[in-house]
Design a protein around this ligand. Structure first.
Ligand code: URA
Ligand code: SF4
Length: 227
């Protein structure tokens, strides 16, 4: 679990305030940024419309001392119910990949680009994941930047195109640039790999294996940058 009082910082350290007319999470950030104050404030975030249908805010989780932050897209069905990131099927695959890359899960801080679950409800009560829009990703970004500034890890690993675009820009091409590192916010190195769900959903066994292997390889490359 996360020890409480971590270093405080001011709002201005996180990002330049967006234009006043732009709706975003920025106005919900607490003045003093600590992990508990962030979690509490994010619970009440109304920075975009996604809070309306989700069960709860799913904030990042992990130790303050983490040298590696993993960023997914948004909570899934299970994460929305439990209020914790990566506890569903994607999380199980991620746990396996981390272990195979030699990274202790308890040393990693895990979060998402968007903190509320976006879905479409089917007639049979199923909630189907819906990709967040660039606007929703931008609205939620102040939380992610605050987490990165608070923890100041050596490496931020984006998993999937949504997280990669959030931190590296909309032109970022996962297939082309995965596994390489670029300068990121708060003096971090930002890398990207496939999303664990891509390795679950690929059409055949060989494709799933290849994606899984790529994720393990990229996580190992991130781990190598920590030392
Ligand atoms: N997929 C994500 O991107 N994040 C989660 O927390 C779970 C599934
Ligand atoms: Fe706020 Fe992000 Fe939730 Fe939108 S998705 S309401 S910006 S926490």
């Amino acid at each position: 679990m996360f020890p409480c009082a971590v270093s405080a910082m001011s709002l201005n350290d996180i990002e330049k305030m967006p234009e006043k007319t732009t709706r975003s999470a920025a106005q919900y950030l607490p003045r003093k940024i600590t992990y508990p104050s962030l979690c509490k404030a994010a619970e009440g975030c109304r920075g975009c419309d996604l809070y309306k249908h989700a069960t709860q805010t799913v904030f990042g989780q992990g130790p303050a001392t983490a040298k590696l932050i993993l960023v997914g897209e948004q909570p899934g069905d299970e994460e929305d119910k439990q209020g914790l990131p990566f506890v569903g099927p994607s999380g199980k695959l991620l746990d396996r990949a981390l272990a195979e890359a030699g990274i202790p899960k308890k040393e990693v801080y895990v979060t998402n680009a968007v903190k509320h679950f976006k879905f479409t409800a089917t007639s049979g009560k199923k909630r189907l994941h819906k990709t967040p829009s660039p606007r929703e990703v931008a609205a939620c970004k102040p939380w992610l930047l605050a987490e990165i500034e608070l923890i100041r890890p050596a490496v931020v690993m984006c998993m999937g195109a949504t997280a990669a675009k959030a931190l590296l820009g909309n032109k970022f091409a996962l297939t082309k640039h995965r596994g390489t590192s670029q300068p990121g916010p708060s003096n971090t190195k930002v890398m990207a790999t496939y999303h664990p769900s891509a390795a679950l959903r690929a059409p055949d066994h060989d494709a799933r294996q290849a994606m899984y292997a790529a994720i393990v390889e990229d996580l190992a490359a991130a781990q190598a940058l920590l030392h």
